[in-house]
Design a binder for this molecule. Structure first.
Ligand code: ADP
Ligand code: GLC
Length: 495
């Protein structure tokens, strides 16, 4: 089975969030399951620098007239050895800043072309027009940045075309552009309709994918249901409800090769399930020292590793913070995002330097250290398609406190009377995304923290949670298998 997996970020080459973790780990798990998988991503300078064994395997010309040639660079992902194709087009990708935004935090002005070209290349490499002999039977595109691939395939109506799978990692990001992008991207106006990629008179990359892909998946069963209704569907709920038969929720996994407190290169003291109490205490002390927090073993240490915005519920964290500090908690945060939140956390840390530490920016090392040192990991997200940090928190015996939404609802079992009795509790959940409910939930968590026997029991349940990728990868393999016979098994269209 040949699968082309298209994504705008892939760990460890380039990462802004969970999409990168998935795009690094899922293809590796698919390869282990016998799938002949290749990953396609833009040739950002950081990515080109980080891959192994680079060579140019094709030139693709300048199909969208962006003012520079695109080349396909073939290489391998470090560690897993998964084959990758980097779409090298310096005029679009070789620039400072992140994958989506410039250094000042504004969207790159030509994102429609940057990701239009990614989608175009994915489609082109899947048809008989491709300069490469290897062609996928399944084109698996992820998030809006790869969303137009299915639209190009539909528009070209080539003799050879793969089955198409599209995964929604977050429906809040839709890739909306003024409609003059339609001809600029070489797309026909007759697809700019309500049944195509038109969305309130703009071009929607995401809607194109939802309208034209054979199958749609998202990253948890609960989110698959939520997005068929408002407000979670962000305006696309009608289309998703119509396509319900082709929509499945497949839970993400965790990459335990990267997130393992026994062998984590970023943390000071390694530990296993057998010595987690001592291991976590040592990491907590080391982190308190590093961040200038009071060196207090008994203070419940709340940690946040997150993008900072409303959807992640950062206003709720700020609202409950004074009360939690009064109850003796500490907060350590690593995050970046909306300036108002960055400023607010910076101010909270300046006002309470012995109780609050805010590292604003992106730090892989701190993310791991916080997981190892923390007692409670906060995730009061208003919506969370899956969430990965709760999986990491489990493995590091840091108990998650989460709003019951999306993948958080599917994966965290609240420490209530029954689950504590049966030993199934894995964290703390609250139903309504408001500060009162969140604070009450945190207070329950802190109360349990102060009962060490009960607390350790929950920690032990957490560390044995198994969300490894193998299980989820098998679900994708089943999905691919169900689709490929439809295309004759050889990438040819059914006649
Ligand atoms: P999302 O993709 O919505 O941001 P996930 O929970 O799926 O949420 O994934 C977030 C990923 O990004 C995790 O791997 C987390 O450790 C990482 N992360 C988020 N913010 C930071 C940060 N400031 N520094 C380092 N890693 C971060
Ligand atoms: C998105 C979602 C997150 C999910 C991740 C990987 O960024 O916000 O919930 O875990 O994608 O699928």
């Amino acid at each position: 089975m040949r699968v082309l997996f298209v994504s705008s970020e892939v760990y460890p080459l380039i990462k802004t969030g969970g999409l990168a973790d998935v795009s690094g780990a899922l293809p590796a798990a698919l390869m282990k399951a016998g799938v002949d998988v290749r990953v396609l991503l833009p040739g950002y300078p950081q990515a080109l620098a980080a891959v192994e064994g680079k060579r140019v395997v094709a030139t693709l010309g300048d199909p969208l007239a962006v003012g520079g040639e695109a080349r396909l660079v073939s290489a391998k992902l470090p560690e897993s050895g998964v084959p990758v194709w980097l779409l090298d087009c310096p005029v679009l990708y070789d620039r400072p800043g992140g994958p989506y935004q410039d250094e000042a935090g504004a969207d790159h002005v030509d994102n429609a072309l940057r990701f239009g070209l990614l989608s175009w290349a994915a489609a082109h490499l899947s048809t008989e027009a491709s300069p490469i002999k290897w062609r996928p039977q399944v084109l698996h595109a992820n998030d809006w940045q790869a969303g137009l691939a299915a639209a190009y395939l539909k528009a070209w109506d080539s003799a050879e075309r793969p089955a198409t799978v599209f995964t929604i990692h977050n429906i809040a990001y839709q890739g909306l552009f003024p409609k003059d992008a339609v001809p600029r991207l070489g797309l026909p106006w007759d697809m700019f309709t309500i049944g195509g990629f038109e969305f309130y008179d703009s071009l929607s990359f995401l809607k194109a994918a939802l309208a034209f892909s054979d199958r749609i998946t998202t990253v948890s069963p609960r989110y698959a249901k939520e997005i068929q209704t408002s407000p979670a569907g962000c305006g696309l709920e009608g289309l998703l409800a119509e396509r319900a038969a082709d929509l499945a929720g497949i839970l993400n996994g965790a990459d335990y090769a990267v997130w393992n407190p026994h062998a984590d290169p970023f943390i000071e003291h390694h530990y296993t399930a057998a010595d987690l109490v001592a291991g976590k205490a040592a990491n907590k002390l080391a982190l308190q020292r590093q961040l200038g927090l009071a060196e207090d073993a008994a203070a419940p240490l709340l940690v946040v590793v997150s993008r900072l915005n409303d959807i992640k519920g950062m206003d709720l964290v700020l609202s409950v913070l004074p009360a939690m500090l009064r109850q003796g908690c500490q907060l350590a945060l690593v995050g970046s995002g909306d300036k108002t939140y960055e400023d607010a956390f910076r101010a909270a840390a300046a006002n309470n330097p012995r109780q609050v530490a805010a590292s604003l920016g992106y730090s892989e090392a701190l993310a791991h250290r916080l997981m190892a040192a923390g007692d409670l990991m906060l995730m009061p997200s208003r919506f969370e398609p899956c969430g990965l940090t709760q999986f990491y928190a489990f493995r590091y015996a840091t108990l998650p406190v989460v709003h019951t939404t999306g993948g958080l609802a599917d994966t965290v079992i609240d420490a209530g009377y029954d689950s504590l009795m049966t030993g199934t509790a894995t964290g703390f959940t609250f139903e309504h995304a408001n500060a009162g409910a969140f604070q009450w939930c945190l207070e329950r968590a802190v109360a349990l923290y102060r009962q060490p026997d009960q607390w350790r029991r929950v920690q032990s349940t957490c560390v044995f949670q198994d969300f490894s990728w193998d299980k989820s990868a098998m679900r994708y393999v089943e999905l691919y298998r169900a689709l490929v016979p439809q295309t004759g098994g050889n990438g040819r269209r059914p006649t």
